[in-house]
Design a protein around this ligand. Structure first.
Ligand code: GDP
Ligand code: IMO
Ligand code: MG
Length: 423
């Protein structure tokens, strides 16, 4: 009987989807607990690449149940497309997927509000994925939201219309040039809601209590990353949910004392998509190489990801906030061929040396201080055993383990399921 968590420690896109897929065989239930279709989780196996947005990354394994928890926000239109893309793969969704009645629904007008808000911000926009995430969570905490369970109730259409009308007047108030045809958007929305209803809606917290009583094991799959957390991230350039460990308790109804391992996943360097501070960001050839070799383009929006060296100040902070018990290092293969590898170990901040992640991550005031490591030339993407790794690569791994004081339990050397070394 246990719940383990798997969380991104940076600004998202660490490779969560890949590792959840690798670990699913050890669990009975895979559960998403926050975020929504702003997430893009990539899985690769048998020469096929899959990108999941709302559906948990255990969906390709028979015998595991995939739960979309109460903390998630769901866009029926995106969900329908996701299901349709998976249709060739013979998945019995009625058995392997279920949705919490308490999860909130993203309405077409939430997406419009997201766009209007971003347009009104001009240069200081968040760089949101425009999936309506912020406005949907605002309605949730403002106690105006509509939940999955509401679809089954007789006053659902009234609820919908009331909220959509309110949103339309809010959009007008933004006074921005946003063209839209709500009738068309609603046609797609209501047809997608029909599809959504083919998936079982459940009282998910109850389901989880029963599963735990029956000694079943649960892996909670985080979305986004710790530095995008609404409380602990680089606010206001964050998402609108708690992406850190505590989010799994509120987003699933899992009590804290049922959590065992917290797997923290990070790239061997750093990326960020969207706006906001990024102290170790590079604008040179190294960034170009990371972007090209690492194929650093957003899985949801296709936007190029900003790239830079690993930031240990930020990573240590994320390890602490989440209580990480095991680390997983991804994309070390992308650094093959770099003559030197740098890691930021502290910041010079306003003339002082600091080693904590400050309240204001103001990149005008922060100068990262780096340690340098010799690189490795070998292609490590086909290696199957730790002992085959170049010495300089293992030195890098050992340095990080020592600094973070947590073992690196998995080393990933490529996007495919098989390119995974479990230590
Ligand atoms: P997630 O949002 O955390 O699930 O990560 P994404 O799927 O958005 O981004 C990770 C990207 O890196 C995907 O394109 C993966 O296929 C790819 N990837 C994952 N692990 C590795 C790795 O070890 N090496 C390389 N080269 N690519 C990887
Ligand atoms: P996964 O789960 C990377 C970023 C957006 C933007 C900010 C707010 O694939 O790691 P939002 O749409 O949430 O209002 O956008 O957060 N963002 C992500 N960046 N990976 C993600 O998810 C992200 N989800 C949101 O780019 O900067
Ligand atoms: Mg992603």
């Amino acid at each position: 009987m246990k719940v383990d968590l798997l969380l991104g420690l940076q600004w998202g896109d660490e490779g969560k989807g890949k590792i959840v897929d690798v670990l699913t065989k050890n669990y009975d239930i895979i559960a998403r607990f926050q975020g929504g279709p702003n997430a893009g989780h990539t899985l690769e196996f048998d020469g096929i690449k899959h990108v999941l947005h709302t559906i948990p990354s255990g969906i390709f394994h028979q015998n595991s149940i995939n739960l979309i928890g109460n903390g998630v926000v769901i866009d029926p239109v995106i969900f329908q497309k996701e299901i349709e893309k998976l249709e060739p793969f013979d998945i019995d969704f009625s058995k392997s997927l279920c949705i919490s009645r308490k999860a909130h629904i993203i309405l077409p007008t939430h997406r419009l509000l997201d766009a209007a808000s971003e347009l009104s911000k001009g240069k200081s926009k968040i760089g949101s994925t425009l999936k309506g995430i912020g406005p949907t969570y605002m309605d949730k905490t403002g106690r105006n939201g509509i939940r999955i369970g509401d679809i089954e109730l007789p006053d659902w259409m009234e609820k919908y219309r009331k909220l959509a009308n309110k949103h339309e007047s809010m959009i007008k108030n933004y006074n921005v040039d946003l063209q839209y045809n709500l009738k068309e958007l609603e046609e797609d929305f209501f047809s997608a809601v029909k599809k959504l209803k083919s998936i079982p809606f459940i009282d998910s917290e109850n389901f989880i209590f029963n599963q735990l009583d029956d000694e079943k094991t649960i892996l909670a799959e985080g979305a986004q990353g710790s530095l995008l957390d609404i409380d602990f991230g680089t606010y206001p350039y964050v998402t609108s949910s708690n992406t850190t460990a505590a989010g799994a308790c509120t987003g699933l109804g899992v009590p804290p004392n049922k959590i065992k391992d917290v797997f923290g996943i990070f790239k061997a360097y750093t990326t960020r998509v969207g706006s906001g501070p990024f102290p170790t960001e590079l604008f040179d050839k190294n960034a170009e190489t990371m972007s090209r070799v690492g194929n650093e383009f957003g899985a949801t929006t296709g936007r190029p990801r900003r790239c830079g060296w690993l930031d240990l100040v930020a990573l240590k902070y994320a390890v602490k906030v989440n209580g990480v018990t095991k680390l997983m290092m991804m994309k070390g293969d992308v650094l093959s061929g770099f003559k030197k590898i740098k890691v930021c170990t502290s910041y010079e901040y306003d003339g002082n040396i600091i080693d904590h992640f400050p309240f204001s991550v103001d990149t005008k005031k922060i100068k990262p201080i780096y340690s340098e490591f010799p690189g490795w030339d070998e292609d490590i993407s086909k290696l199957k055993e730790e002992k085959a790794f170049p010495k300089t690569f293992m030195n890098y791994v050992s340095f990080l383990e020592k600094e973070l004081n947590v073992p690196i339990a998995i080393i990933s050397v490529g996007p495919d399921r098989t390119q995974t070394i479990i230590r």
